[in-house]
Design a protein around this ligand. Structure first.
Ligand code: FES
Length: 180
């Protein structure tokens, strides 16, 4: 039996369709890959006495190469709240420890604690973040830096145990973090 014109046309249509949808199949397969998951572990940062009032300590969390900062806040006035809506000021009345991811949410420069300004400053384009809640005090960053949840035991040892706010981490947007 010879190939009829109708069968030939049908074959060409089927082949064209298969070629057209093939990339979508690959894309679907790619998109179906589950997001990477990282199980958070309770991580000792330091003891209270290791960080004098008003100073900070660098550490890594939740990965060995992910910079974060522990800040020993002293009583005083601290700014918070997105600068685009108008930052406010809050009085901190007791010594308090807070910790944040150190990667700036603008383009990923490492921030550092500036005791004189009482904020976390990015060296690249002038961005700054609040020590109260990680909100953006100075642009160009558009979103806060993630605030790390801390636990302090009776001996004064300070642990990072997860995140309070601000996820995802810059550069790791697709990663899901499982709680401790
Ligand atoms: S990378 Fe921080 S302000 Fe641009």
């Amino acid at each position: 039996m010879g190939i009829t014109r109708r069968n030939l046309t049908k074959g060409i249509v089927l082949l064209s369709t298969a070629l057209a949808v093939a990339p979508f199949g690959a894309l679907y397969k790619y998109l179906s890959v589950p997001a990477p998951t990282i199980k958070l572990t309770r991580t000792k940062i330091a003891n209270r006495k290791d960080v004098p009032p008003g100073e900070s300590l660098r550490f890594n969390f939740p990965l060995k190469d992910r910079p974060a900062v522990l800040i020993h806040m002293v009583p005083g006035e601290y700014k918070y709240g997105d600068y685009r809506q108008g930052s406010k000021t809050k009085a901190v009345n007791i010594d308090e420890f807070v910790a944040y991811d150190s990667i700036c949410t603008h383009l990923g420069c490492p921030t550092s604690w500036k005791g004189s300004e009482k904020d976390m400053a990015s060296p690249c384009h002038g961005g700054a973040f609040s020590a109260i809640d990680g909100t953006v005090l100075k642009g160009p960053p558009l979103r806060p830096v993630p605030k790390i949840k801390l636990e302090i035991d009776a001996s004064g040892d300070i642990y990072a145990v997860g995140y309070e706010s601000g996820l995802p981490l810059f550069g790791l947007e697709s990663v899901i973090f499982e709680p401790v």
